[in-house]
Design a protein around this ligand. Structure first.
Ligand SMILES: [Fe+2]
Ligand SMILES: [Fe+2]
Length: 339
């Protein structure tokens, strides 16, 4: 075809659109926005324990019973349509004395971290009875049956975190209820989805004089009891200690992280925004946002629990850190399943 009869580029783009096609030249501007990496999804944000607890207590009045849908308030990132980060959601759940949250399962993987527990507060995971004492971690891997029972004589509270954003982005959500309020408990001796705080805390405190990571202080990852790898295929769980007065160096990574303050007081600076935290607060660090931590106490350690979407990114070859790969993330072994 001669130049005289060639269509203009704008006309050709319109023709292609009519044929349900698009020339790659139309994506150049999109690619240019990715020089240096993605823009963080969502914004840094903190949810204070005072606000969370007040809303949960109110929810106990508004929802007189906790049925299958759960009495959980999820933390909504102000910069996202849904979720705490773009891949994960964290929330807190409260059960009143004697309540049972009905048995169900879903393709979203979940973890529970106990905020205000009791030996008679229990999660059952595929038949395994897991007591929920303060700061214990309980896993409910993808598609495992789980129900929660409060046998204590007071309200109990825990954190839930799930990979909802990721699973829904992949359009792979499945959900079903058991049809019974509770599943049968099985003899699962040697099998565990539970990491007891009473075992972990002394190990963490004993590491206070080690070098740790310049970006996180002393940090341990909970190791999956079956695979020996990341906590779950999509979520890694970490416990972190900032020594008195410790200040970490800034870094960033392609993963997002959601944090819960086990104890202590400090500041996390995320892309220039200071998040001031204290006991039981929760906050989010979006993906590829630069961040650093300060323990504001000169005498007490600060301890943070956190969840990250690192395993999903590692599996896809998408995980990056800047300015370097962090050293010093040590494993905290789970008890081998069916040992
Ligand atoms: Fe669930
Ligand atoms: Fe980090």
């Amino acid at each position: 075809m001669s130049d005289a009869t060639a269509k203009s580029l704008a006309e050709f783009d319109e023709d292609l659109a009519g044929a349900r096609m698009k020339g790659q030249w139309q994506f150049d501007r999109l690619l240019e926005t990715l020089v240096g990496g993605p823009r963080p999804a969502g914004v840094p944000h903190l949810w204070s324990w005072n606000d969370i607890n007040a809303k949960l207590l109110e929810a106990c009045d508004v929802l007189p019973e906790s049925f299958t849908a759960r009495r959980n308030v999820a933390f909504m990132n102000p910069g996202l349509e849904r979720g705490t980060s773009h891949t994960m959601v964290m929330g807190m759940q409260m059960l009143k004395p004697g309540e049972i949250a009905w048995s169900h399962r879903h393709t979203m993987a979940a973890i529970r971290f106990v905020v205000d527990g009791h030996p008679e507060l229990v999660t059952v995971v595929d038949g395994e009875r897991c007591p929920m004492e303060d700061n214990d971690l309980i896993l409910t891997p993808r598609w495992t049956w789980h129900d929660h029972h409060n046998g204590a004589e007071r309200n109990c509270t825990w954190l839930d975190a799930l990979d909802i954003g990721l699973v829904l982005a992949l359009n792979n959500g499945f959900y079903e209820t058991l049809g019974e309020v509770r599943q049968p408990e099985l003899d699962r001796t040697g099998h565990t989805q539970r990491y007891a705080w009473r075992d972990l805390e002394p190990v963490l405190l004993s590491m206070a004089s080690e070098d740790g990571s310049p970006y996180d202080g002393i940090v341990l990852e909970y190791v999956n009891p079956v695979t020996g790898g990341h906590t779950l295929p999509t979520i890694s769980c970490r416990i972190q200690m900032l020594r008195p007065g410790e200040r970490t160096q800034p870094h960033r990574h392609t993963s997002s992280g959601i944090y819960h303050v086990v104890r202590g007081a400090g500041t996390t600076t995320v892309d220039g925004i200071d998040l001031e935290w204290t006991d039981r607060d929760c906050f989010v660090i979006p993906n590829w946002a630069e961040h650093s931590f300060v323990n504001q106490s000169a005498t007490e350690e600060a301890i943070l629990f956190s969840v990250h979407d690192i395993p999903a990114l590692v599996a896809l070859g998408l995980y990056r850190e800047s300015p370097e790969r962090s050293p010093g993330v040590a494993p905290w072994p789970g008890v081998p399943a069916d040992a």
